[in-house]
Design a protein around this ligand. Sequence first.
Ligand code: ZN
Length: 304
Amino acid sequence: MKADFFKKDFNLHNISHAYLFECKDSNESHKLTDNFIKKILCTSNKEKSIFCDECKSCKSFNGNSNPDFLEILPDDKDKIGIGSLRGDTDKNRGIINVLNETSLISNAKVIKINCAEKLNEEAQNYLLKILEEPPKNSHIIMLSSRPFKLKKTILSRLIRINIQHKELKNKFNGIKIDPLFSEILYKEYDLDSMSEKEFNFLSDLFINTIESLDNYNFSKETILDTWNDDYLNFRLNVLKLNVFQTILGEFNKANNKNSVITSLLGEERLFLFLEEIISFQALLANKVPINKKLQLDVIFDFIK
Ligand SMILES: [Zn+2]
């Protein structure tokens, strides 16, 4: 889930439309991200695990002039408004223009948004519409050190990768935090302003969710009954992270064991499973009236 993500073998079919890289605004983060973007754009047919640095796309990317790539930065007031996304000023062509065009010299089109937490409300709404129906062959890569500042509707559309090293808290008021739990807290909550009561509540919820996943083999009904509450989104995050770590092989390194549920699926199925979870979360975030229990049933049917 961390920098290892970038070392994975590269398969364009498994690249999502939209990512959020959770990281500090540091040179290291940008280098990792830019290399990832370069790989997506590179037209070389050679081994795809790395960019070639020789094709037209790679060369122009290195020269900051790749027409299939657009980088959005905060403006003079340290905000990202809708104008920056639309390209109202002469500074850029606007993300819609780039995404809707056929790629000119690259394999795809990529938008990179730095310090995404600085997107204002209007800009986030504009972006959400694009994320809901992403143009073909296009990718949006957002970077943020404060992801909880983004709207839940946006977050639900993104594959989130934490590339921030040792920023995750391993303790709360002296209590040790499970690394998986810490990652979930980091994504959705501001730990610095969290009360002990809230922390304990979420901690119990986390354990309870992990247990229900472990017991999955014995009873899908348990999940259907217990998960269908106000914390469904939190529980789906636990599941999503589980799938992620299985895909990245993180469980082998850490002494964690992955839940039975995810170890049953091959990589391709895991990616599809992940997509199912993400679209379910998008429905929830958008408050689409759905039968949650039924939807859960459909998702878990995937495991068979
Ligand atoms: Zn190349």
